[in-house]
Design a protein around this ligand. Structure first.
Ligand code: PLP
Length: 426
């Protein structure tokens, strides 16, 4: 980890060109790498030496960008994946197998909820969901003998709950289990979960890190703080010899890089969810301005939330940094500089009101996306959740009139004027 401030890390970490080398990161668009002798290449296959031989495992462009994100999060090692879904799956599957159990916050992204509760269940991995607001006794009671990971989102998509990371880390560690935090929404510019006790951090880089709606991607960063060898019987994949690599034991040989090395050597080798070098290049362009953009996203988010909370057609506004929000205290503690640009609010008048409102927006586009430079919004009841009745929506905690708006980088006065004129049509 470098000593630079986060603003500098966004711009400069991960890549230091030598004399006469390109200033911008090179896109190594090559599947394979050349060696002079079989012996030299054999050392790479045995993980005896580090180097590149096939881009399904590692690629120099991807490694530069992974190193930047690792430095930004204050971690020890990191890697890129093809998507946020792949990042969360790899982070969990690297320490879980058939017969394992996960404790996860119930307030998480729908795709991750499905991944854990449906797809990973088919692999024989069980889950217990807990409320992010549960007290420590309640969280403790969710753990079992076979629990191997605890999971939550720092700011949850789309519920906008804020995870009490210190509380979750305390409980996880009391059960000898690492805490994995999906930090997609705040990004390390606003919040660094490792500083609060999280062990592993994941990202959908598709969102703010890319920030321009250009490339789907993911990242995993390991703090290197979790002592796998101290819980040898629980994490055999890291603490006993891997026969597919001549009997090396990751936790012994790679120390703080053990988790990421195993994740690359086994999961990337066997499942191959790599980020393309071209996408990693685009992601790095996004990272170079992330600190500047997050400030504006957060400012626009708060301004829009404040405007909406005073409108007569609006029943309720959810935005952690809005005074009076249920998560205001946690938001201020973990993200003193601000949050992100995503706000959700409930219109009086339900589904019909939502339809009229959305139809009249001029700047905010209707999209199933968030965290883009351009403002976009979504009414779950008439889009992602349209098969559900009003009663079912209510039971799921999604009122029919709920709108999720992702405030982009436009001028806040224009955004508010757009919302105002659409609200006046109701
Ligand atoms: C979008 C998202 C994901 C999934 O990421 P993809 O890049 O779409 O695969 C995971 N977690 C959170 C919090 C997200 O917002």
């Amino acid at each position: 980890m470098s000593d630079f401030k986060i603003n500098t890390k966004c711009v400069q970490s991960g890549y230091r060109p030598g004399n006469g080398e390109p200033r911008q990161i090179p896109i190594i668009q090559s599947t394979t790498f050349k060696y002079d002798t079989s012996e030299a290449m054999g050392k790479l296959f045995d993980l005896e030496e580090s180097g590149y031989f096939y881009s399904r495992l590692q690629n120099p462009t991807c490694d530069i960008v992974a190193a930047k994100i690792t430095d930004m999060e204050g971690g020890a090692a990191g890697m890129l994946t093809s998507s946020g879904q792949a990042a969360n799956f790899f982070a969990l599957f690297n320490i879980c197998e058939a017969g394992s159990h996960i404790v996860a916050s119930s307030s998480i992204y729908g795709g991750t909820f499905n991944l854990i509760s449906v797809t990973m269940a088919k692999m024989g991995i069980e889950v217990t969901f807990v409320s992010p607001d549960a007290d420590e006794d309640e969280l403790n009671s969710a753990f079992k003998e076979n629990t191997r990971a605890m999971f939550g989102e720092s700011i949850a998509n789309p519920a906008l709950t804020v995870l009490d990371i210190e509380k979750f880390a305390r409980v996880a560690h009391a059960h000898n289990v690492p805490l994995i935090v999906d930090n997609t929404f705040p990004t390390p510019v606003q919040l660094r979960p490792i500083e609060w006790g999280a062990d592993i951090v994941t990202h959908s880089t598709t969102k703010y890190m890319d920030g321009h709606g250009a490339a789907v991607g993911g990242a995993i960063v390991d703090s290197g703080n979790f002592d796998w060898m101290a819980h040898k019987d629980m994490y055999k994949g890291l603490t006993t010899p891997d026969e597919s690599y001549h009997g090396i034991t990751y936790a012994e040989k790679f120390g703080k890089a053990a988790f990421i090395t195993k994740c690359t050597a086994q999961l990337m080798r066997d499942l191959g969810c790599i980020q393309s070098p071209q996408n990693a290049f685009l992601l790095n362009m996004g990272l170079e301005s992330l600190h500047v953009r997050m400030k504006r996203h957060a400012k626009n988010g708060l301004s829009v939330a404040e405007f909406l909370s005073g409108n007569k057609n609006v029943e309720k506004v959810n935005y952690p940094h809005l005074k009076g929000d249920q998560y205001y205290k946690l938001a201020k503690k973990y993200m003193p500089k601000g949050g992100c640009g995503v706000v959700s609010f409930e219109l009086k008048g339900g589904r019909e009101a939502a339809e009229i409102f959305m139809k009249n927006l001029r700047l905010a586009a209707i999209e199933t996306h968030v965290a883009d430079a351009r403002t976009c919004c979504l009414n779950p009841a008439t889009s992602t959740h349209r098969q559900m009745s009003d009663e079912q929506l209510k039971a799921a905690g999604i009122p029919a009139g709920l709108i999720r708006i992702s405030c982009g980088l436009e001028d806040k006065d224009d955004l508010i004027a757009d919302l105002k004129q659409a609200l006046e049509k109701l």
